[in-house]
Structure formats: structure tokens, C-alpha cells
Design a binder for this molecule. Structure first.
Ligand SMILES: [Zn+2]
Length: 278
């Protein structure tokens, strides 16, 4: 599987924040093993999901600070977030893994949050939908992708599926809504529950939807080695869960976009399941 990555994704950074460039430190050491493609600027696609006012607000941010109480920015944030969107679109075309920062699945039309600026996965899905393709999104981050669900909700070409810990930030995704299938799972659920809802609910629904492409919002904060007391993430999945997802993806055109995951070892180990298995 190809990887879309460039140094721009390390420039958005705040070392005191869990979503910092160090997340990628270990996987970058192994980047030489992979077929790496340079990311492209996705600014041209932002209007598919974000208002011009919001885009202009992010574009005009100066220096560094906080966009919301949990979401920081620096002078490189606009460019990094634009390239993250571009990389997601490229990944969708190349069946690749977009190894991007900042993450995107909490970003709404006019509002960032949850460490997210622009919603890379939702924009990529909208690009494909605009070409008449059907896309199923499978969000395996520990948190519900409230932004993605909201941004794709009226699009008949898109199915959104998310499993996530509940209760946990952002508190949404408690039930199925329109084209969104949600599986809230209690803390400590582990592979048994994660694989069960995938096999009983998501995989059959995706098969029925008959997508041209499956996009995975790949957050690795549900992995058992990634537990941040201040974030409360504790789904306790092992590699067995990610291997089951990769096995399902094998019969589809598919791409991945990195979302959360705050432990370099976890990002390395979980990413390799897809990079080596697909
Ligand atoms: Zn997350």
C-alpha cells in the first residue's frame, strides 16, 4: 500500500499537546520501506465541506495559539491542514494511506475542534461522491467522528459507519442517524466487542451498500497500548481487531486517513497491519 506523506505534516506542532509531531516519530523511521508519494495542496476542495468564512479564518491565523480550548494552531497549521485534505483525496485515488496531521474527523463546516481543523475524510468522500462514486467510510478511531457524520449526512452516495467508546468526547454517535451507523461501546470492550459489531453490523451494511471505495478513518487511540488518562481512551483493541478490518478491506478499493492515536508505538504497530496487509 502506498503512503502519502510529506514534512508539511510535521510543521503543525505543539510539543506540550498530545497531538504533536512525535506521534509519527517511529513510523517515519520505517518510511523507507514504503512507496511514499508527496502530498498535494487540497485547498481547492475545502468548499465541499467548509464555509468560506471558516476557511478564511484559518488562513488568516497568525503566530500560534488555540482555535478552541483543545485545538491549537501555529503558523503552519493552515498549510498542513490543506495538504492533509489533499493527501486524503490522493489516497482515495491511489488506494493509499494518507499519513497526515492534523487529524480531521471532528471538524465541522464552520468549526474545528478535537484537535481537528479541516475534515480530510469528509472532503475526500465528497470529491468521490461528486464523481458519482459510492463511498463507505469506516471510522475506527476511539472517538465518534461527529464532524464527518454531520458533513456527509445528506449524501446518498456516502455511508458513514463508526465504532467508538461511549461515554467519551464528543458525546455524539449514540444511535444510527440517517446514513450514519453508530456503535457506541463501553470502555474496556476489547477485540471481542469490536469484531462483533464490525461483523454483525458494519461489514454487512457496507456489503449491502455496494461501495466503489471504502475509506477508513484510521485513528489508533483504541489500541491497548494507547491509553492517555487525560483523554480517557480505553477500548483495549489488539492487533487482532485491526487485522480483521484489513481482511475485510481486501475485497474493496480502499484508502486510509490517519485520525487520532497519541502513542508512537501504537501508530507504528497498527499502521503496519494495513501497510503490510493490503
Ligand atoms: Zn480519537
Amino acid at each position: 500500500m502506498k503512503v502519502i506523506f510529506g514534512p508539511v505534516f510535521l510543521e503543525h506542532d505543539n510539543p506540550a499537546h498530545p497531538e504533536n509531531k512525535g506521534r509519527l516519530s517511529l513510523i517515519l523511521e520505517e518510511l523507507g520501506e514504503w512507496d511514499v508519494v508527496d502530498p498535494e495542496d487540497g485547498e481547492q476542495y475545502l468548499g465541499l465541506c467548509h464555509s468560506e468564512e471558516y476557511v478564511q479564518r484559518i488562513r488568516s491565523l497568525a503566530g500560534s495559539g488555540f482555535l478552541t480550548p483543545d485545538t491549537y494552531y501555529n503558523e503552519h497549521t493552515f498549510r498542513a491542514a490543506c495538504y492533509a485534505v489533499g493527501a486524503a483525496v490522493q489516497a482515495a485515488r491511489l488506494n493509499a494511506f494518507a499519513l497526515v496531521r492534523p487529524p480531521g474527523h471532528h471538524a465541522l463546516r464552520e468549526r474545528g475542534g478535537g484537535f481537528c481543523i479541516f475534515n480530510s475524510m469528509a472532503v475526500a468522500a465528497k470529491v468521490l461522491s461528486g464523481e458519482g462514486k459510492r463511498i463507505a467510510i469506516l471510522d475506527i478511531d476511539c472517538h465518534h467522528g461527529n464532524g464527518t457524520q454531520e458533513l456527509v449526512k445528506d449524501d446518498r452516495n456516502i455511508l458513514y459507519c463508526s465504532l467508538h467508546q461511549s461515554p467519551l468526547y464528543p458525546g455524539t454517535g449514540l444511535r444510527d442517524e440517517g446514513n450514519a451507523l453508530n456503535a457506541p461501546l463501553p470502555a474496556g470492550s476489547g477485540d471481542k466487542e469490536g469484531i462483533r459489531v464490525s461483523e454483525e453490523k458494519f461489514f454487512p451494511a457496507i456489503e449491502d451498500f455496494n461501495p466503489d471505495v471504502v475509506g477508513v478513518s484510521a485513528g489508533f487511540d483504541a489500541y491497548y497500548k494507547d491509553k492517555r488518562p487525560e483523554l480517557g481512551n480505553d477500548l483495549n483493541f489488539t492487533l487482532e481487531f485491526y487485522e480483521r478490518v484489513a481482511e475485510f478491506l481486501r475485497s474493496y478499493d480502499r484508502f486510509l486517513v490517519l485520525e487520532g492515536g497519541y502513542d508512537p508505538v501504537s501508530i507504528l504497530e497498527c499502521s503496519k497491519v494495513f501497510l503490510e496487509g493490503l
